[in-house]
Design a protein around this ligand. Sequence first.
Ligand SMILES: Cc1cc2nc3c(=O)[nH]c(=O)nc-3n(C[C@H](O)[C@H](O)[C@H](O)COP(=O)(O)OP(=O)(O)OC[C@H]3O[C@@H](n4cnc5c(N)ncnc54)[C@H](O)[C@@H]3O)c2cc1C
Length: 423
Amino acid sequence: MATANDGKKEIVIIGGGIIGCTSAYYLTRHPSYDPTKHKITLLEASKIAGGASGKAGGLLALWAYPSSLVPLSYKLHKELAEEHGGEERWGYRRVHCGQVDCVGRGISGGRGKGRSVPGKEGEMDGNEESNVSLQKRSKDALNKLRAKGIPKDLDWVSPNSLRAYEEMGDPSTTAQVHPYQFTTSMASLAREKGVQILENSPVTAINYSPDGSSVSSVTYTTPSSNKPQTLPTTTLIIASGPWTPHIYPTAPISALRAHSVTIRPSRPVSAYALFTQIKLPSPFPANKAHSGQIVTPEIYARPFTEVYACGEGDHLAPLPPTSADVQVDESRCQDIVDSVGSVSDELRDGEVTARQACYLPSVQGSSAPLVGFTGSEGEVMAVGHTCWGIQNAPGTGKLVSEFVFEGAGRSAKVKGLDPRNFL
Ligand SMILES: Cc1cc2nc3c(=O)[nH]c(=O)nc-3n(C[C@H](O)[C@H](O)[C@H](O)COP(=O)(O)OP(=O)(O)OC[C@H]3O[C@@H](n4cnc5c(N)ncnc54)[C@H](O)[C@@H]3O)c2cc1C
């Protein structure tokens, strides 16, 4: 790859998810970036953060993986928040994180706000008191919680549902961002420093020199022209998430669909990210098919009175052509709403503000992403970030900028993420 002083670079980024946008951001912050000399274009097939990067939970953790990338990226998240007002702008804050075992209550079915809790319910404690709103916690229930080591301020999960709490992280090791706000902010900050961002512009081909050794251009389409466009490219960043095999067929990237919802709780809730195991009651009137099942939604309280919850993944719908075509299965979203409502009055009585789905990108045969050169001159790949792509995006973006301008990743030891080991 050409080095910083060799002259003009025509840098193209494929993908406006969190990885493409943080790469754009850090390229513009690299000491060797000169907007009068280097041109950076980000091509996004649909819209910025239209995929997983806008629909993820947003948990950040020093205990995430891979260990080569996590400390750098966790630190950069903090620095970015300090530099750009991330608390206000993208909801950066430190949080508690725990694994909870719960027994759900038998709420009735229904969509959205204000579902009632009729009659005798589920497997609580065999105690009708347990059907009553959380606000009516008995002294006895609070004492039980303390005895189980459940934090006092985790007061939005029903004490009668909670069976156990195990701390996974505390505010010194765990934080969060709002992924959509973070990703779109990174895009804006990159644009301010000269990056051209083209939405609705899918790349249809990567073109190489006649001997195939180096990248030469990309072909893409735009909404305004039926003719494919060609963009000369000296440096290509492939950050196309789960769609990567569509343009780079040998990339071992797979896609898993996952549904999530956001809920405006009936009152503000404390800052906890919860990995749950909920035994649904039998019968479970909200969805009889799930009576007695164990479900494991993740529930993240967010700033500004929002709670995010996601369910398990599925392979029922293959990856569609773009993020705009992702099918949302309303019943899977409702399952999440019902299961989290079965353990929290604040969520049960809240308002569902989004029902959505997206695709998680993973590297087949590895739990770590691919970050580095592909082997073709001028080509860098940053894909397959699994369930920690929000956490690991700033570190990835910073390393991408170093691969581009310095010829190697300097800020972390990431030989283990070298794409050439997998392509
Ligand atoms: C339910 C769920 C919850 C999650 N929660 C967390 C969490 O709490 N913490 C965490 O760290 N991570 C989390 N993740 C993981 C994280 O969301 C992903 O790892 C991350 O968003 C991947 O980012 P990306 O930019 O690689 O991919 P994407 O967000 O998929 O972005 C890829 C982009 O490339 C574009 N593109 C694709 N092909 C082309 C093309 N040919 N031309 C132009 N553009 C193209 C797409 O349109 C898309 O916008 C979660 C994931 C899921 C599914």
